[in-house]
Design a protein around this ligand. Structure first.
Ligand SMILES: [Zn+2]
Ligand SMILES: [Zn+2]
Length: 194
C-alpha cells in the first residue's frame, strides 16, 4: 500500500509540496489561541483562515514528513514577538505554511490546513481523520463548541511528549523545509506588519 499524501499548495499556487501521512504520529487540531488569531490578522487573512470562533485548523507532525517541492524563494517567516515561535508563510500570497519552534532540533511542525488541498470534504476526512482536539477555547469567540478545551488537556500534553520522544529517537526533525544546516531558510522578522 502506498503511503497517503496530502498535497500542499499556497493560495496562488507558487509554493507547492506534500505532507506524508506515514503513521499515526500526528495531531489534527483547532487552536483558538490569541497568537494564532493575531497571526491571521497580520497575514490579512482572518476572514479565510479563522473559523467562526477564531479557530485555526492545523496538523501537527514531524518536519521530515513535510516537503516543499517548488517556490522555496517565496518562503518567509515572522515572529509575533521576540520569544515567539517561528510562523512561516508565503511572500507571494500570505498563506500560512508552518509553525515551528526557534530550534531546528525539535521534531515538530504545525501545518495550517489552509496550506492543504483536498479534492473533497470526504477526501479530507479520509486523510486527516476527525479533529482530535480543540484547544485554548478560553480565547475563542462566541458560543464555543462543547468538546473544546479551555486550555490544553493533559491527555494532549501526554501524547505530545510521546510524539516528541519518538521524533527525537528517529531524527524526524530533518530534513525540514524551514531550516538548512540548523539555520532558518529565511530570516524571521519580529512583529512584522506586511
Ligand atoms: Zn502563493
Ligand atoms: Zn494557537
Amino acid at each position: 500500500m502506498t503511503t497517503p499524501c496530502v498535497l500542499l499548495a499556497c493560495q496562488c499556487g507558487s509554493v507547492e509540496g506534500q505532507l506524508t501521512l506515514d503513521d499515526t504520529t500526528r495531531f489534527h487540531l483547532v487552536c483558538y489561541c490569541c497568537d494564532c488569531q493575531a497571526y491571521a490578522q497580520q497575514l490579512q487573512q482572518a476572514d479565510t483562515l479563522l473559523d467562526e470562533h477564531g479557530g485555526t485548523e492545523l496538523v501537527q507532525t514531524y518536519p521530515a514528513n513535510m516537503q516543499i517541492t517548488q517556490g522555496h524563494q517565496h518562503i518567509a517567516c515572522m515572529q509575533l514577538s521576540e520569544k515567539g515561535i517561528y510562523r512561516w508563510y508565503t511572500r507571494c500570497c500570505h498563506t500560512p505554511i508552518g509553525n515551528t519552534v526557534r530550534s531546528a532540533k525539535l521534531p515538530f511542525v504545525g501545518i495550517p490546513v489552509a496550506f492543504m488541498r483536498f479534492e473533497s470534504a470526504t477526501q479530507k476526512k479520509q486523510l486527516l481523520g476527525p479533529i482530535a482536539f480543540k484547544v485554548f477555547a478560553k480565547y475563542g469567540q462566541g458560543q464555543m463548541p462543547e468538546e473544546a478545551y479551555a486550555k490544553v488537556p493533559f491527555v494532549f500534553l501526554r501524547q505530545t511528549v510521546g510524539f516528541l520522544l519518538n521524533g527525537f529517537w528517529f531524527n524526524k526533525h530533518r530534513p525540514s523545509p524551514f531550516f538548512r544546516d540548523g539555520s532558518p531558510v529565511s530570516t524571521p522578522q519580529v512583529g512584522k506588519t506586511l
